[in-house]
Design a protein around this ligand. Structure first.
Ligand code: ASP
Length: 363
């Protein structure tokens, strides 16, 4: 997600279920742009300047008759190498040991192929490694050292991905830990009186008291080309200060990304653990297959996740953002919690424009 979401703000948001449900019922959907279907098209959840540049580059490929696959790779590469972006690729926030570990996936609807990497270190463009896995092997997912060795063999240059900016954020986090720190129970089980795990994780308490927040952040790029073929990429440095080896939803096909060449594509950002459990991107694409618009399908996935948690901890609201695109070039996006509705960039023959979707729980 281009604007980082903090764990603390998700947790704080969890007060007042009734209000939240009312909001969901009265959900305001801004879908004017999303109704107009045009191809070729490329979209991204990244709404900063880099996201805009990425869309321009992706659009140039599409406008010249290029493939959706090339367009999403090119546009994602631009976000991956932005040193200022602490949520994706080079400059991403590291794990708790100070090591940047990247996750990414790619899916090509035309050939029904997919590739992915998880916990990949030292390579600036993980989505391009994922593409080679997809095109040159019969595997889908390579992790850790195996993924790095594979990338090296294909000529990717090893580089230090930890920028001074990211290192300083990590050091501040590290300095504020104490010997009692731990990870504690999953966020959605915190605060439940009848569960042993009710104790707020000491690690999180310490960190949050210092105003240092765990952050999520990811980039999704989805495209339909002039032939109606569909492709998508998700790329991330994952949850900041994660346990080394933690894999989020981004490299999991069906969770952080899914593409169906007959229907459309969806991508997710936010709390990866929710997105994995709900197979959210697959769910969104299947809802579109059943006739829902991309905007409606994103909101359906939000509702599905809320319904699951309602039964476990009614005071918990997770944090996700979904974007989706269908074969006709219609699009949509939704955010679980936030001050403003979800936004994304859309590039088609109308230019590069911001589209405003919806937010389920408005802060
Ligand atoms: N979904 C990513 C992860 O959990 C992070 C994010 O999208 O913010 O690794």
């Amino acid at each position: 997600m281009s604007n980082n979401i903090s764990r603390r703000s998700f947790f704080n948001k969890s007060i007042g279920l009734g209000a939240g449900l009312l909001l969901f019922k009265d959900l305001k959907i801004h879908s004017s742009g999303g109704k107009i279907g045009k191809t070729p098209i490329i979209i991204t959840d990244h709404t900063n300047e880099t996201g805009q540049n990425a869309m321009k580059a992706g659009w140039e490929i599409l406008a010249n008759g290029g493939s959706a696959l090339d367009a999403v790779e090119k546009s994602t590469n631009i976000v991956e190498v932005d040193p200022e972006d602490v949520s994706v690729g080079y400059g991403g926030l590291p794990n708790e040991d100070g090591v940047v570990q990247l996750d990414s996936s790619i899916m090509d609807g035309k050939t029904y192929s997919a590739g992915a990497v998880a916990c990949l270190e030292n390579i600036k463009n993980p989505c391009s490694v994922a593409r080679i896995i997809m095109e040159k092997t019969d595997h889908v997912l390579l992790v850790g050292k195996g993924a790095l060795d594979f990338a090296r063999k294909w000529g990717f240059k090893e580089e230090n991905l930890l920028t001074d900016k990211a290192r300083n954020i990590w050091l501040k986090w590290k300095e504020n830990l104490n010997p009692d720190d731990d990870w504690g129970a999953p966020d959605h089980l915190r605060g439940l009186r009848d569960l042993a795990q009710q104790k707020l994780s000491a690690l999180r308490r310490t960190v949050e008291a210092q105003g240092i927040e765990f952050t999520y952040g990811t980039t999704n790029h989805l495209s339909v080309d002039k032939n109606g073929d569909i492709a998508g990429i998700t790329s991330t440095s994952g949850l900041s200060f994660k346990i080394p080896g933690r894999v989020g939803d981004s490299p999991i096909i069906g969770a952080g990304l899914y593409v169906d060449n007959e229907v459309g594509a969806a991508g997710a950002t936010g709390r990866g653990e929710d997105v994995i459990k709900s197979c959210a991107s697959y769910y969104i694409v299947m809802r579109m297959r059943e006739g829902r618009t991309p905007q409606e399908a994103c909101e359906d996935a939000m509702k599905m996740i809320i319904d699951k948690y309602k039964k476990v901890n009614p005071n918990f609201f997770p944090g996700e953002k979904f974007i989706a695109l269908n074969k006709k070039g219609e699009y949509g996006c939704a955010l679980m919690t936030g001050k403003d509705p979800a936004k994304m960039y859309v590039a088609n023959s109308d230019g590069v424009n911001i589209y405003t979707g919806s937010v389920v729980f408005k802060k």
